[in-house]
Ligand binder design. Structure first.
Ligand SMILES: NC(=O)N[C@@H](CC(=O)O)C(=O)O
Ligand SMILES: [Zn+2]
Ligand SMILES: [Zn+2]
Length: 424
């Protein structure tokens, strides 16, 4: 089948919008700016923006094991609505993708119900318990996109070092949730000013940064490719920046909420503001912005982490960490940082497409002839209020409810097939 999308604007290197057309055949882009082919299905882009489908390297789909929070079907529908076409699913499911058998089980579930492309992580240790190392070569052969124990930090340096050496041998990326368990102090938000006002236990910044500092040195010694999840503190930024300057193969991501919010924004003891790592201080947030702009931080990832209303109902202590992210990521970032002139549209799109793809050697996140027709059409003028009740995700856990934003995806396509379309 041939599809022709016309009356569409693409953003060029200078971040200007250029009206063009896209021809898609057999799931691939075959022309940009060409004439309408005969017998094509025609889509009117209505003058909207077309961007490469977003690539999210840090997501939680909860299935198998926690289908009451999210399923592969609801999570990928939510992602498609947010303009995402490729997402990497973290391994904190039940079972954990830590064996050939469990990888195959998860691949089967993805095959059966994913609305977009889902690339599963394999775990670094069995049952993400930090003890017994997994056979990453076996898991890679089953399609593991990279390796992580996200949700928990790897406490033992030797475990991390051994897996890094093996990852270097098989050319895989080690992806780390950095958290030293001895420095959590049962905290539920940032150890700073706001937690004291609210009388809640705090997680100090060193809980994250000391493990990053350890890991970049381990990565250097192992010759491994090492990617840091959800960087949240200025000390973490410095550790990554220094490591890059030393030639260590480190990359890093930042989440929208850490760019948009800080500890003082937390209105009350409300678990919709509880996530790991927590919202940090204003100067941490500033350093994350500077790090994105100077390339210390490579990309943006949502860390979409759905939980139920019941789990999030009753204050921070006792509630699980995590907030949803797919359906609000682009509009919130676009409105806060592109519309205000802090970033160019091209920068934002790159941080959500080519940049994450490059880290994981993925052939996605680009609108070029020959590439998979993974794209999202976005109405940059459409203004809408974030309404958690209207989310496609099962999760309602967002601190952004009620925010007004522009730039909502109206159509998302994966391999030329429509995965989401806004009903008129
Ligand atoms: N980010 C979170 O607060 N929670 C994540 C785990 C994680 O990403 O560390 C989850 O799985 O709920
Ligand atoms: Zn994490
Ligand atoms: Zn996560």
């Amino acid at each position: 089948m041939t599809t022709f999308i016309h009356n569409i604007k693409m953003v060029n290197e200078a971040s200007e919008l250029v009206t063009t057309s896209i021809t898609i055949e057999e799931g691939k882009i075959t022309a940009i700016g060409g004439e309408q082919p005969a017998h094509a299905q025609v889509i009117d882009g209505k003058g909207n923006l077309v961007a490469p489908g977003f690539v999210d390297v840090h997501t939680h789909l909860r299935e198998p094991g926690f289908e009451h929070k999210e399923t592969i079907a609801t999570g990928t529908a939510s992602a498609a609505k947010g303009g995402f076409t490729t997402i990497c699913a973290m391994p904190n499911t039940k079972p954990v993708p830590d064996s050939i058998e469990n990888m195959q089980l998860i691949n089967g579930l993805i095959q059966d119900s994913a609305a977009i492309r889902v690339l599963p992580y394999g775990s670094l240790t069995k049952d993400i318990s930090g003890e017994v190392r997994t056979n990453m070569e076996e898991l890679k052969a089953q399609g593991a996109v990279a390796f992580s124990d996200d949700g928990v930090g790897i406490q033992l340096a030797a475990t991390m070092y051994e897996q890094m050496k093996e990852a270097a041998r098989i050319d895989a990326v080690v992806v780390a949730h950095c958290e030293d368990n001895s420095l959590i102090y049962e905290g539920v938000m940032h150890e700073g000013t706001r937690n004291k006002e609210l009388g809640l236990p705090g997680i100090p910044s060193i809980c994250e940064s000391v493990q990053i500092a350890r890991d970049v040195l381990l990565a250097e010694a192992a010759g491994a490719r090492y990617h840091v999840c959800h960087v949240s503190t200025k000390e973490s930024v410095r550790a990554v920046r220094d490591a890059k300057a030393a030639g260590i193969r480190v990359t890093a991501e930042v989440c929208p909420h850490h760019l948009l919010l800080e500890e003082m924004d937390i209105p009350s003891d409300d678990a919709n503001w509880k996530m790991n790592p927590p919202l940090r201080a204003a100067d941490d947030k500033d350093s994350l912005h500077a790090a994105l702009l100077d390339g210390t931080i490579d990309c943006i990832a949502t860390d979409h982490a759905p939980h139920t209303v019941e789990e999030k109902c009753c204050g921070m202590v006792g509630a699980p960490f995590g907030i949803v992210g797919f359906e609000t990521a682009f509009p919130l970032l676009y409105t806060s940082f592109v519309e205000t002139g802090k970033w160019t549209l091209k920068q934002l799109i790159n941080w959500m497409t080519v940049k994450p793809s490059q880290i994981f050697d993925l052939p996605y996140g680009t609108l070029t002839v020959g590439a998979s027709a993974d794209l999202t059409i976005i109405d940059l003028n459409k203004e809408q209020t974030v309404d958690a009740e209207g989310f496609v995700s099962k999760g309602r856990n967002t601190p952004f409810n009620g925010w007004v934003a522009k730039g909502w995806p109206v159509l998302t396509m994966v391999e030329g097939k429509i995965a989401f379309e806004e009903v008129q």
